[in-house]
Design a binder for this molecule. Sequence first.
Ligand code: ZN
Length: 159
Amino acid sequence: MTEDSISIFRPATADEKANFVEIGKKNSLDIFLGKLANTQQEYQREYKPFCTHCARVDFEKKIRDVAAEYNSSNPDVGVSGVFKFEEFKKYGDMTRFELVDTKDTREEKLVDRIRNVVIIGKEYTFKCKVRGCGLTVFVPNEDLPKMEALLNKDTKKKE
Ligand SMILES: [Zn+2]
């Protein structure tokens, strides 16, 4: 059994619990969703797309897998599974996404008492290649270089 094994057959220590959630344990979905929301916010701050939909679907699938394993095993066999929070990385991996659209974000502003439409930033629409989930990231004007850097890095990776 390797270190990355997802099966544990003993209660996790507090240290370990900071890094994963035990599937099927009481509140495991709540713990997962809380950590998911935090992770999404971290990505959002950096304007990185993050597919929460896939993360949730995969987690629910894991719960079903663990439950099925539990139901088909001898009750004396401790069936357990864990979701490691580092697995969240793959839901925010730029290679997971395809940029499908960009458009200016406009806002009405009062300039010298005249109503003006100004461009305040850009919306980047991505498609998650795994399940086709669509997600949009808004980037204000001042942070557009950050997004461009992110997209260029991704292009370079492909070459
Ligand atoms: Zn997805």
